[in-house]
Design a protein around this ligand. Structure first.
Ligand SMILES: [Zn+2]
Length: 239
C-alpha cells in the first residue's frame, strides 16, 4: 500500500506550534484532498513527493478559528476542515449553549471567513455527527445516509458559496469499516450513496496495516497518539 500521511486533528493543543514549525522547517508540502484526487483513484500509479502531508481538522471547533488557523497561516500550511453541518450555530452568543458532544463549534460566519482563505479546504462531516452504523432501524437506512452524506454536502455548498460541491466526505465518529475483506451490504450502501453525490473519496479515523486500499475508506492517523508530528511522520513513512 502506498502511504500518504493524512493526519487527524481535533481541538487545539499548544504543541501544534512546534509541530507546524517542524513541517515548515523540513520542507513538508501540505496538500488539500481535492489536489490529490488522481492519487486517491489510483494510488499505485500516482507519484507523490515523499514530503506530501494532508492535515485534517475534525468537527469545526471554535479554537480552530481562534488559534489553529493563525499558526497554519504563519507557516503557510494548508488544511482540510471537516464540518458537521447540523451542529454549527448561527450566533456567537449561543455557541456555549449549543455545544455538542464534540465541543464548542465555530459559527457559520467564521466558517464562511475561513472558506475564503486559499489555505483552507472545507468538507462535510455529516449533518448530525451520528456514526453511519448507528442509525435508527425504524427509518429507511438509505434516506438517513442521503441526509447525512448529501445534505451536509449541499449545505456547505450553499452556505459557503463554494464554486463546486465538496468531493470528499469525512465519516463521523471514525466509522468506516475494515477493508481487508469484501465489503458487506451495509458498506456497499454507504459507497452507493457517496457515489450518488459524486464524492471522490471519504476519510475514516484510523489506519490498520493490513487494510486494502479503498477510496471510500481513506485512512488517517490521530496526531494526538504521537508525542510530536516528527515521530508520527517517521512511523507512518516506515510502514
Ligand atoms: Zn467528528
Amino acid at each position: 500500500m502506498t502511504i500518504l500521511p493524512i493526519l487527524m486533528f481535533h481541538g487545539y493543543k499548544d504543541r501544534y506550534a512546534d509541530d507546524f514549525r517542524y513541517l515548515s522547517e523540513n520542507d513538508y508540502e501540505t496538500k488539500h484532498l481535492s489536489e490529490l484526487i488522481s492519487f486517491f483513484l489510483n494510488p499505485k500509479e500516482t507519484k507523490l513527493s515523499e514530503k506530501t502531508v494532508v492535515l485534517t481538522f475534525d468537527d469545526g471547533l471554535q479554537d480552530f478559528y481562534q488559534l489553529t488557523f493563525d499558526l497554519l497561516s504563519k507557516y503557510k500550511l494548508k488544511a482540510s476542515i471537516c464540518i458537521p453541518t447540523g451542529l454549527i450555530p448561527n450566533d456567537k452568543t449561543k455557541r456555549e449553549i449549543e455545544r455538542s458532544e464534540c465541543g464548542i463549534h465555530m459559527t457559520w460566519d467564521e466558517i464562511r471567513a475561513l472558506a475564503q482563505e486559499p489555505l483552507i479546504e472545507i468538507i462535510p462531516h455529516s449533518v448530525t455527527h451520528t456514526r453511519l452504523n448507528q442509525f435508527d432501524d425504524r427509518i429507511d437506512k438509505k434516506s438517513q445516509l442521503e441526509y447525512e452524506i448529501g445534505t451536509s454536502q449541499r449545505v456547505l455548498f450553499e452556505k459557503l458559496g463554494l464554486s463546486k460541491h465538496p468531493e470528499f466526505f469525512c465519516f463521523p465518529g471514525g466509522a468506516g469499516w475494515k477493508t481487508g475483506e469484501e465489503v458487506n451490504p451495509e458498506e456497499r450502501l454507504v459507497i452507493d450513496v457517496l457515489r450518488e453525490y459524486k464524492y471522490q473519496g471519504a476519510l475514516r479515523a484510523e489506519f490498520n496495516v493490513n487494510d486494502k486500499w479503498n477510496q471510500y475508506c481513506i485512512p488517517r492517523w490521530n496526531i494526538d497518539r504521537f508525542p510530536t508530528i516528527e515521530e508520527a511522520l517517521l512511523k507512518i513513512l516506515e510502514i
